[in-house]
Design a protein around this ligand. Structure first.
Ligand SMILES: [Zn+2]
Ligand SMILES: [Zn+2]
Length: 201
């Protein structure tokens, strides 16, 4: 008989490195904690992909530049809005449709906080809203894990015939105590273990 005793780990115990899907190339990437602050949620993170070298820091801001001004004596303005840019441009070269001259204009800059896609069909981490790498739809919910360590811990729990709480530690915030019902149900055991096994390959 396999026995599992809650080690009182909370979700954050597994969250220093989270495997995610790269928002640029779709390969496996990571969201890493930087460890500058002592606190899990206030510490900042970085998303890095080894496949396409995409990298972005938490709190990144992008810029949108707009030009809305007169050039010649014409009553029509020159209007322009840029895509999201990584740097603030000082000047933007535009061709005036009236006099056909190319001139430099000083744009107005708006800061736009960077966020990834926010659709709710996938499980995502909280810093960049990046899709978790290990996730699968399961009985109208999503079964997911942050990384291999998390997978191994879940596996030990799901395999166990005897599951024990451990009241010495912080009891109501443990990862195990917050698992959704479908993960705890015996009828789902074999299916869930198969998913975990696949993820480990
Ligand atoms: Zn990538
Ligand atoms: Zn002009």
């Amino acid at each position: 008989m396999e026995r599992f005793q809650d080690e009182n780990k909370w979700l954050g115990s597994f969250g220093d490195i989270i495997n995610v899907k790269c928002p640029q190339c779709g390969s496996q990437a990571v969201v890493k904690r930087i460890f500058k602050s002592e606190r899990y949620y206030s510490d900042s993170r970085v998303l890095e992909c080894k496949n396409c070298y995409y990298s972005i820091k938490e709190g990144t801001v992008k810029y949108s530049a707009t030009v809305d001004t007169y050039c010649c004596n014409n009553e029509d303005k020159i209007q322009f809005k840029s895509q999201l840019l990584n740097e603030k441009p000082n000047k933007i070269k535009l061709k005036c449709p009236i006099c056909n001259e190319i001139k430099e204009f000083k744009p107005a800059i708006t800061e736009v906080p960077f966020v990834l896609n926010t659709d709710n069909t996938a499980a995502r981490e909280f810093s960049f809203n990046a899709e978790l790498w290990y996730q699968k739809e399961f009985s109208r919910s999503i079964f997911w894990a942050y990384n291999l360590e998390h997978i191994n811990y879940l596996e030990r729990y799901i395999k166990a015939d005897l599951r024990e709480r451990n009241n010495n530690g912080s009891t109501n915030g443990t990862m195990i105590s917050r698992l959704p019902k479908f993960v705890k149900e015996a009828k789902n055991r074999e299916k869930l273990l198969k998913i975990l096994e696949k993820w480990k390959k």
